[in-house]
Design a protein around this ligand. Structure first.
Ligand code: SF4
Ligand code: SF4
Length: 325
């Protein structure tokens, strides 16, 4: 059985829709996603399960959770009901219009026990969000005594060097800081190379023959991330570093059937060789000659199943992760 007995700390994904389409986004969020948002009753269900598993606090992320603040308030109320603390809410600041309206929202958050906003600061976000919004939100936080967790301060000067009323493409940053800027940015940021982030950086990665990748196959341990797991708006457990895989968290508590979640189980127990053999035997998958490592092959197989064959597989959810990359 696929089972989780203990969870320490993680996050809630309230929505996948986002105002931005950042090149480093491992969830492949974008404005194209449906406008779905976690409901308070789903939040109650999730928080009750997390509490039983030993998790007392979560962070909240997306997508952009503050695209619909009224819906976020309902999730915070559910966290309070279930005695789950909120470590911080992640935001890209795109919703900031002016100090007065931002302070109204921040006070609503504070009244529901939120003490900290994680605010994104980096060139990837600056392709979509002018920096004046980030600065305005930080000032509004200061005015209402909301803590700010700036993510990441090391990029402040680079972003601030450009006109803060405009957005700026990565090409602009390349012109200023050199051709290798995107690759340096990747390691400075410490990216999780999955989803759209993987597609952005795939061209820079060394290719390997398929046989070599399969020979080196090891279990991927999708259930081992007890310190930074996520549960999304559909009640699905999203492994720490591998979005695009999911199992309902309430099933994982009592033990999810490996025969129902065969894709997930193949990665958890065998690794890329397990998924490859399953896809080749049962879904007519044929590989190319080489890939940029096991995750590239893994995405090629999953894209084949979800996008080319259009299969509705319970463990390859949400489909948007593949469709809106
Ligand atoms: S990184 Fe954040 S702001 Fe950017 S697309 Fe993803 S969820 Fe949206
Ligand atoms: S091979 Fe697939 S499951 Fe394993 S780490 Fe890479 S993306 Fe995740």
């Amino acid at each position: 059985m696929l089972k989780i007995q203990y969870l320490v700390s993680g996050g809630i994904i309230t929505n996948y829709k986002c105002s931005s389409k950042c090149k480093h986004c491992c969830y492949s969020s974008s404005p194209k996603w449906p406008n779905d948002y976690m409901t308070p009753s789903m939040a109650d269900e999730i928080f009750a399960v997390l509490k039983r598993l030993g998790c007392d606090a979560v962070h909240i992320g997306g997508g952009e959770p503050l695209l619909q603040p009224d819906k976020l308030y309902g999730i915070l109320d559910a966290a309070y009901r279930n005695n789950i603390g909120i470590e911080y809410i992640e935001t890209n600041a795109s919703w900031y219009k002016d100090a007065a309206s931002a302070k109204t929202i921040l006070k609503e958050l504070k009244g529901r026990g939120v003490k900290t906003l994680l605010i994104s600061i980096d060139p990837y976000h600056n392709e979509y969000i002018p920096f004046w919004k980030v600065k305005g939100l930080i000032q509004a936080c200061s005015a209402v005594k909301m803590n700010v967790f700036p993510w990441q301060m090391e990029f402040w000067d680079e972003v601030d060097a450009l006109d803060d009323h405009e957005t700026h493409s990565l090409d602009e940053y390349i012109r200023l800081y050199g051709e290798d800027y995107p690759v340096r940015l990747m390691s400075r940021y410490g990216l999780n190379l999955k989803g759209r982030a993987f597609m952005t950086y795939r061209p820079f990665m060394k290719k390997q023959p398929v046989d070599q990748i399969l020979k080196e196959s090891k279990p991927c341990g999708l259930l081992s991330g007890i310190y930074h797991f996520h549960v999304d708006l559909y009640g699905s457990y999203i492994p720490q570093s591998c979005p695009g895989f999911s199992i309902p968290v309430k099933e994982l508590v009592s033990g999810a059937d490996p025969d129902k979640y065969r894709i997930f189980n193949s990665m958890e127990s065998v690794g890329i060789r397990g998924l490859f053999e399953l896809a080749e035997k049962e879904y007519g998958y044929t590989p190319k000659n080489e890939y940029a490592g096991k995750c590239d092959l893994c995405y090629d197989i999953r894209n084949h199943l979800v996008l080319e064959l259009g299969l509705d597989l319970p463990d390859l959810k949400p489909e948007g992760h593949y469709k809106y990359i």
